[in-house]
Design a protein around this ligand. Sequence first.
Ligand code: GAR
Length: 188
Amino acid sequence: MQSLIVFASGAGSNAQAIIDYFKKNGKAKVALIVCNKPNAGVLEIAKREMIPFLLINRRTLGETMLLEQLKSYQPSLIILAGFLLKIPATLVHEFAGRIINIHPALLPAYGGQGMYGHHVHETVIMAKEQKSGITIHYVNELYDEGNTIVQAHCKVLENDTPDTLAARIHKLEHFYYPRAVEFLLGEG
Ligand code: GAR
C-alpha cells in the first residue's frame, strides 16, 4: 500500500476527498496529515479518520526533525491541499518530483504569494474573467511555479460571488485531485 502525506492549513475538504477516494479504491492511504493552524478543520478530519497528524509552524517546517519524520512514512507523494506556508528547499530537494499542489485558478494567472483561497476568487471576479478553474502542479521553490500536471476549467458567471465561484472550484478540485494523485501513483 502506497503512503500519502497531506499538508493542509484550512477546512480540509480536499484532504477529505482524497481520504475518501483512496479508502474506496485501496491503492494508497493518507498516512499523515501535516498542519500549521491549531484551529484548522482538517485536524478534526484527521481525528475523525484516525489519521496521525503533526502540528507544525514556519520554523519547524524547515527543521531536520520534521524531514526525518516525513521520510519515515516513505511517502509516494506529499500532497499540498490548501497549505499556505512556503515549502522549504530542503523538503523540495528531499522529495524531488513527489510534492504536488492544487491552486484554485488557471496558473500562471492569479498565482503567487498571497494568492490563496478567497483572494484568488475575488481577484478573478474583479477582473471580469469569464472562466476560471484549477491547476494541479509539481512544487518547486517558487510559489505556484512548478510544472503543470493538469488543469480543469469552469465558467465564471456574471452574478458570481467569491463564495459561489469557490463552491464551483471546490467541486472540480474534489473530482480531479484524487484522480491526479492516482494517475501519478500509477506512474511511479
Ligand atoms: C482550495 O481551494 C485550494 O485550491 C486552495 O485552498 C483551498 C483549500 O480548501 N489553495 C490555495 O489557494 C493555494 N494557493 P480545503 O481546505 O477545503 O481543501
